[in-house]
Design a protein around this ligand. Structure first.
Ligand SMILES: Nc1nc(=O)c2c([nH]1)NC[C@@H]1CN(c3ccc(C(=O)N[C@@H](CCC(=O)O)C(=O)O)cc3)CN21
Ligand SMILES: CC(C)C(=O)C(=O)O
Ligand SMILES: [Mg+2]
Length: 286
């Protein structure tokens, strides 16, 4: 994609691939090197061409095609309902629309739990669609899958702490790592790093446990509701940009009110059509 849609030159972007870095395509090693330099970075979700191109041009070094497409694209109640067939075309669209960002495909519920062979089959579909890495939920219990994918040349981002796909086993949306549970989350973090994961998402983990894990692991930690001390942060873009209405989760900060902008545009359009003000001669053909 060209930069026609923004006026930001790639050279001005203060990021992993900013001035002097000249990184053509962000690789997993760049994210690991950023940790070594103490450079923090941001990941966003993306599920379509325009957001992918805009976030790529904005210097976001990693984009996640999340299974959160379930409730942010497809209108399902939870992530449990979205299928691999529904996610593959979104991964392909994001991959086609970006030049430099690392595209991570989130493996949906039911597409990897059966074992390494199933996980490999799923990951291969995503890589053929254009992904550069895959993500899966689970710590110690997914070590075999992480190792199998890594051995096949597929970078794996792990996801521990609160794992939405296991909502029903976990007993709801609950903060992980309090009290005695801290040791469990830490054991998961070490297990995924030892199994070969290049990064790990920590979701709704207490800030102190996330900080401790971040200090101990050689790979970057990416927090969502995990406090300020992880190496990176991730948010669902519709939450971050205020496209999703309603009370945001505690861990969300809204950086725009896109819902208002978009709805006002729709209202203005409809008002002008009703009033006979649109289209004018300028929008018409002789
Ligand atoms: N739009 C969206 N944002 C997300 O962050 C997100 C998704 N969708 N879908 C997949 C998962 C589900 N996630 C979620 C969704 C809701 C809460 C939530 O309601 N949290 C409340 C209560 C936490 C508590 O019980 O203490 C909060 O206020 O943070 C948390 C994680 C994170 N992911
Ligand atoms: C919230 C992030 C980490 C995620 O897994 C998703 O968007 O599906
Ligand atoms: Mg997910």
């Amino acid at each position: 994609m060209t930069s026609a849609s923004t006026n930001t030159s790639p050279d001005e972007i203060p990021s992993l691939y900013g001035p002097g870095k000249n990184v053509k395509r962000v690789r997993t090693r760049h994210l690991i090197e950023a940790k070594e330099r103490g450079e923090k970075w941001a990941m966003l979700t993306s599920y379509d061409m325009y957001t992918a191109a805009l976030f790529d041009e904005a210097g976001i070094p990693a984009l996640l095609v999340g299974d959160s497409a379930a409730n942010n694209v497809y209108g399902y109640e939870t992530t449990l309902q979205v299928s691999l067939d529904e996610l593959v075309p979104l991964v392909a669209a994001v991959a086609r629309s970006t030049e430099r960002t690392l595209v991570v495909a989130d493996m949906p519920f039911g597409s990897y739990e059966a074992g390494p062979a199933q996980a490999l089959e799923t990951a291969v579909r995503f890589m053929k669609a254009g992904a550069h890495a895959v993500k899966l939920e689970g710590g110690r219990r997914m070590a075999e899958q992480i190792r199998a994918l890594t051995n096949a040349g597929i970078p794996v981002m792990a996801h521990i702490g609160f794992t939405p796909q296991s909502e029903h086993a976990v007993g709801g949306y609950r903060v992980q790592g309090r009290d005695a549970q801290a040791a469990e989350v830490e054991a998961d973090a070490h297990a995924v790093a030892d199994a070969g994961a290049f990064a790990v998402v920590l979701e709704m983990v207490t800030a102190s446990v996330a900080a401790e894990i971040t200090k101990q692991l050689p790979i970057p930690t990416i927090g969502i509701g995990a406090g300020p001390d992880t190496d990176a942060q991730v948010l669902v873009w519709q939450d971050m940009a205020g496209l999703r209405r309603g009370r945001p989760q505690r861990f969300v900060k809204r950086y725009a009110e896109v819902a208002d902008v978009l709805q006002n545009a729709a209202k203005d359009f409809a008002d002008e059509v009703r009033a006979g003000e649109f289209p004018t001669k300028a929008h018409s053909f002789e």
